[in-house]
Design a protein around this ligand. Structure first.
Ligand code: 5AD
Ligand code: SF4
Length: 507
């Protein structure tokens, strides 16, 4: 009988990709995935340590599993990803019912670990034994910092190379890693400790993977790296491939891929060549995610970001001068130690100047092991953090709403992701007569008009090349398609559109 696997993923796109690769490997070993945790023989959490809140969610999930393990010692419970790396075996002390830990850099060995744990667990289950099983932990990010990078790169490459692409996969979008780890050591951030040093994948491996995905029908590939634009691969003969060169090469080598994008960029590392590659390659999306984190030079310095606010805004202006239609998103941390109202005001100013499409805004969360937790007291009170968070969010919403309003009347190309979560709400907020027209009313009308509607009308969600969300009416057979949509209305987070027949300009 096929063993049942439940895997829940927290955190960033890197984790989503890792989970996909792990699932592929475990499926090849005969596991089938289930949605119901209670029905699973193996339960895995792919975890995030970036903020305490993300860790707390996993602690509570693990707490819930204590009774299950008592009732059923045959179940295997594993924690993988950043918490496994950061907490290490101390996690076993807090949660003795966890069987295995595997850090993000060791995931190529996970199938073997799960197999061994499953064999032992099944024996225990059959024997009705309750004795504590052997717990296994594999971590290595810090060892990789001291070991040779070449050896680390070879091991890490195995997981990405293991990718199996099957036609039944969701074919609209896929992630491809180009860089692992991070060398920036921003003082608040755990990533350099959990994901280890920066390692770049050979360009040919990246190109091959993108090509295989495009061959299988994938329409949009997102190249991933913690500091994706810092990519530079040193070949054996001493030549290097820069990020800009990689973009040109992928674009040229995979002409049947309609959309190529990349996240997350580090402001200081952007060369004019990389911006020119975005400008010159028509299938590279005009979208940048470049976290600013703060608008105060004093705070940026304490964060060890390596740039001043003016350098950041100059970069944004430079990008906009080269690509007037580029859409830019940012991250901010509010309430970093010692942040005063004046610092925060500068952050608000920067956000207004840069007119981001959207911003991810976080309250500072002190993380064990980082420089900031040792150097600075977490001295901004929680209510001040919350107030600044809400205020910045409100300014961003204002900016987003203005940006979105300018889209009304334009035609854009969207990649259809699937059914909208707004299903109950109307896609066209105003009916021609002025009142609000509800989707189900229109559906009834359209079904009455045609004897046999080919596919029921539903509300779909798609994304523009600039990463804007568009909601419009269509049918489920359009999932994964690239369609032209006319924008008829806008809110701060969502554009509302109508399918159009004429070809659209990219946006
Ligand atoms: N506290 C709050 N936010 C953080 N981030 C990273 N570390 C922390 C922290 N300790 C945010 C940054 C980063 C995003 C992924 O998470 O804004 O860009
Ligand atoms: Fe963390 Fe800074 Fe690296 Fe981003 S660049 S992953 S914030 S250390």
């Amino acid at each position: 009988m096929r063993r049942k696997l439940y895997l829940e993923t927290f955190g960033c796109q890197m984790n989503e990709l890792d989970s996909e690769l792990v699932l592929g490997q475990l499926r090849a070993q005969g596991y089938e995935t289930v949605e119901d945790r209670d029905a699973a023989d193996v339960i895995l959490y792919n975890t995030c340590s970036v903020r305490e809140h993300a860790e707390q969610k996993v602690w509570s999930r693990l707490g819930e599993l204590r009774d299950r393990k008592k009732r059923d010692p045959g179940v295997v419970i594993g924690v993988i990803g950043c918490m496994a790396e950061r907490d290490g075996p101390s996690l076993f002390q807090r949660h003795p019912h966890v069987d295995l830990l595997c850090g993000p850099g060791e995931l190529d060995k996970l199938p073997g670990m799960v197999h061994n744990a499953s064999v032992a667990a099944t024996e225990r289950r059959n024997a009705g034994a309750t004795k504590r099983e052997r717990q296994v932990a594999l971590m290595g990010a810090n060892a990789r910092r001291s070991g040779t990078l070449e050896a680390a790169a070879d091991n890490l490459e195995l997981l990405d190379l293991s990718r199996s692409i099957s036609p039944s996969d969701d074919l609209a979008q896929a992630y491809v890693r180009i860089t692992r780890g991070c060398n920036k050591f921003c003082t608040y951030c755990v990533v350099p400790y959990t994901r280890g040093p920066e390692v770049h994948r050979p360009p040919q491996n990246v190109i091959d993977e993108v090509r295989r995905l495009a061959d299988a029908g994938v329409r949009e590939v997102t190249l991933l790296g913690q500091t994706v634009n810092h990519y530079h691969y040193r070949h054996g003969d001493g030549r290097t491939t820069s990020f800009a060169e990689l973009l040109y090469q992928v674009h040229e080598a995979v002409p049947h891929l309609p959309r190529l994008r990349f996240v997350t960029s580090f402001p200081r590392d952007f060369t004019d060549e990389a911006l020119a590659a975005m400008r010159d390659c028509e299938r590279i999306c005009r979208y940048l995610h470049v976290p600013a984190q703060s608008g105060s030079d004093r705070i940026l310095k304490l964060m060890n970001r390596g740039y001043a606010a003016r350098q950041y805004t100059d970069f944004i202006d430079r990008a906009r001068a080269m690509m007037p239609d580029v859409s830019i998103a940012s991250d901010f941390i509010v309430g970093f130690p010692t942040e005063r109202d004046e610092d925060f005001r500068q952050t608000v100013e920067l956000l207004r100047h840069c007119r981001f499409k959207n911003s991810f805004i976080f309250k500072y969360s002190p993380r064990p092991g980082t420089a900031a937790i040792d150097r600075f007291a977490d001295d901004v009170p929680e209510d001040v953090k919350r107030r600044r968070n809400n205020e910045l969010l409100a300014v961003q919403q204002e900016v987003s709403a203005e940006n979105n309003r300018q889209m009304v009347g334009k035609s854009v190309q969207v990649l259809v992701e699937g059914e909208s979560k707004l299903m109950a709400k109307p896609a066209y907020p105003k009916a021609p007569g002025g009142g609000v027209e509800l989707l189900w009313e229109r559906r009834k009308a359209s079904q009455a008009e045609s004897e046999q509607p080919a596919e029921p009308l539903t509300q779909l969600v798609g994304r523009t090349r600039g990463d804007r969300v568009v909601v419009f009416d269509g049918n489920l057979s359009m999932r994964g398609a690239l369609l032209d949509v006319e924008i008829v209305d806008a809110r701060s987070l969502t554009l509302f559109g109508r399918l159009c027949k004429a070809a659209a300009a990219p946006a």
